[in-house]
Design a protein around this ligand. Structure first.
Ligand code: FAD
Ligand code: DLZ
Length: 511
């Protein structure tokens, strides 16, 4: 029986550059990949996500074989349940010296593999996930001794480390680190958003789409509109499209909400970055090069680079710094059950209905929809942190816990006591009106707080401020909101709270 080392490649580690494969030669190792019932069902994943991961895994299997590797690939149809089952089977059939795997993106998977190693007696070597630009140890060193964490401080360290958007003196290009202020324009329908081409599916993807349709009939996701790249070359074409046609307006409309488009000028590349089809550093360098060639504004390039080199690395650092206890946090004691309409988008608030519908159908919503439309509603209504996090993890094609959890539990729900965000991202209907044009086709009016057509975000916003006033008083960034609440006459405050209660009861009713 062979005692070759076994390299396990997980469904979000699809690159020859991944740590576990580095230095490996086809002669001294055996690669295992497995489509598993447990990975496909630990939440009710969007069918687009399952199709993306399975098709990209099958394409990567071909890439590995073309590079000379021996690959054992267990397809979903073989009925393997868990990582432990797949590993037990390959050890039984092929033997195994040591197991090597790149550090996974979820704590639960890391635990499962360590448990298996202990139980089987097969030694497990972790390879660092070198696709990330800040190793977990480096993040922990940065975090050590800091009372508060701010992304902006971390981001500057990363810009210097990778020499991105720096001038010859090593200072930020344009004299500022951050052009966020220029990135907040609302959408007024002035431009035609570039159309995205329909991708042709090859035989592998067609087979996977049939499998997913048959095996996951009740999961969200309209498979007829599946339009994701499943190979490195395909993902690179998507990034190139973004740079050529969207990047210049990306910065300006980064926070906008539009009736006309599900994605405006966003890049639509998170899923490729997260499963290994795109390299984050190379993507940032391409965007920097586009700015240096005069193809986009500095604010646009900086906006993209801040998201990838800054936020993306930062949330991953926070995840591994604070897990497993992080996943249990519920700082605002939010326990309301998730309304059923989160799963069918049957709600009459236009912005929420649009954001939920595209999330369910396509597995995509852009950042402001996730944060200020869906997340904001969940925050104001006090929806259960556990249920909301599970929903986000299920619904989006780019959702893996290392990135989903800090964004949802920390940034959107403010449940981590302010580790991710310096104040809750709580906003009224006025914010949504300012950022776009959904309100014009909504039955509710953002300028009313109470009464039949009042936008529910308004009364829920004030009820949130009132409910959490004791803890918000400690936060100087919330003092204006508290003062505005306190300035209202007592009778007005009472009627707002009553209206909020009524709206909450109606919208959160359990069928
Ligand atoms: P763009 O707007 O074009 O941004 C460019 C890239 O920057 C993205 O592709 C992404 O890689 C990175 N990025 C931007 N913002 C963030 C951020 N806050 N954290 C990490 N990376 C960021 N992103 C995920 O990849 N997976 C998730 O599961 C996820 N869940 C989220 C949940 C909530 C509640 C919120 C508020 C945000 C979440 N995000 C998540 C971050 C962000 O919304 C998505 O990365 C982005 O919408 C993906 O679309 P895009 O590729 O068009 O991004
Ligand atoms: C998301 C996902 C799905 C749907 N299926 C598989 C699978 O069958 N096999 C696999 O190796 N990985 C899958 N993944 C990705 C894993 O869940 C991922 O490795 C973890 O979420 C850790 O980031």
């Amino acid at each position: 029986m062979s005692q070759k080392n076994l390299i396990l490649v997980l469904g979000d580690q699809l690159t020859l550059d991944a740590g576990a494969l580095q230095g490996a030669t086809p002669a001294d190792c055996h690669v295992l990949m497995a489509e598993l019932a447990e990975e496909a069902s630990y939440v009710r994943h969007n069918r687009h996500k399952i199709a993306l991961v399975f098709s990209a895994m099958r394409h990567f299997r071909e890439e590995l074989r073309a590079a000379g590797f021996t690959v054992t690939y267990y397809a979903y149809e073989e009925g393997l349940s868990s990582l432990a089952d797949a590993l037990d089977r390959i050890v039984r059939e092929e033997g195994c010296g040591r197991l090597r795997c790149c550090q996974p993106g979820e704590y639960r998977v890391q635990q499962a593999l360590e448990d298996w190693s202990r139980n089987s007696g097969v030694a497990l070597d972790w390879a660092a996930d070198n696709r990330f630009l800040c190793a977990t140890g480096d993040f922990n060193a940065w975090a050590a001794g800091r009372k508060t964490f701010r992304m902006e401080h971390f981001y500057r360290v990363m810009r210097r480390r990778y020499q991105i958007l720096l001038d010859e003196e090593g200072e930020p290009e344009g004299g500022r680190w951050n052009y966020d202020r220029e990135n907040r324009a609302g959408w007024r329908g002035k431009h035609q958003v570039p159309a995205r081409a329909e991708l042709e599916h090859d035989a592998i993807t067609r087979e996977v789409l049939e499998l997913v349709a048959a095996a996951f009939p009740d999961n969200p996701g309209d498979l007829a509109s599946f339009n994701l790249a499943v190979t490195r070359a395909g993902a690179e074409e998507q990034l190139a499209f973004f740079i050529d046609h969207c990047l210049d307006r990306f910065g300006q409309y980064q926070d906008a909400l539009a009736e006309e488009s599900d994605w405006l000028y966003h890049s639509l590349v998170s899923m490729y970055l997260n499963i290994g089809l795109l390299c984050p550093l190379a993507s940032c360098r391409q965007v920097e090069a586009a700015w240096r060639d005069g193809r986009c504004s500095l604010a646009a390039a900086e906006g993209f680079i801040r998201q990838v080199l800054g936020w993306r690395e930062y949330v991953r650092g926070i995840y591994w710094f604070a897990m497993p206890e992080y996943g249990e946090r519920n700082g605002l004691q939010a326990e309301q059950p998730l309304p059923a309409w989160f799963w069918d988008a049957e709600v009459d608030m236009r912005c929420l209905q649009r954001a939920l519908k595209q999330s369910l159908d396509l597995g995509y919503a852009h950042h402001i929809q996730r944060l200020m439309v869906i997340g904001n509603f969940a925050l104001l209504a006090g929806l259960s942190v556990r249920e909301v996090c599970a929903w986000y993890l299920a619904v989006y094609v780019d959702a893996f816990e290392w990135v989903e959890l800090p964004n949802t539990l920390g940034m959107a729900l403010f449940a981590d006591g302010g580790l991710m965000a310096s104040k809750p991202y709580a906003a009224s209907g006025r914010y949504i009106q300012r950022q776009g044009n959904h309100c014009a086709s909504c039955r509710y009016r953002p300028d009313r707080v109470t009464g039949e057509n009042a936008c529910p975000y308004n009364s829920l916003y004030w009820a949130f401020i009132n409910r959490h006033r004791a803890s918000l008083e400690e936060n100087p960034r919330m003092s204006l909101a508290l003062r505005n609440w306190d300035k209202k006459p007592a009778r007005e405050r009472e009627s707002i709270l009553q209206w909020a209660q009524r709206e909450g009861d109606r919208l959160l009713r359990v069928p």
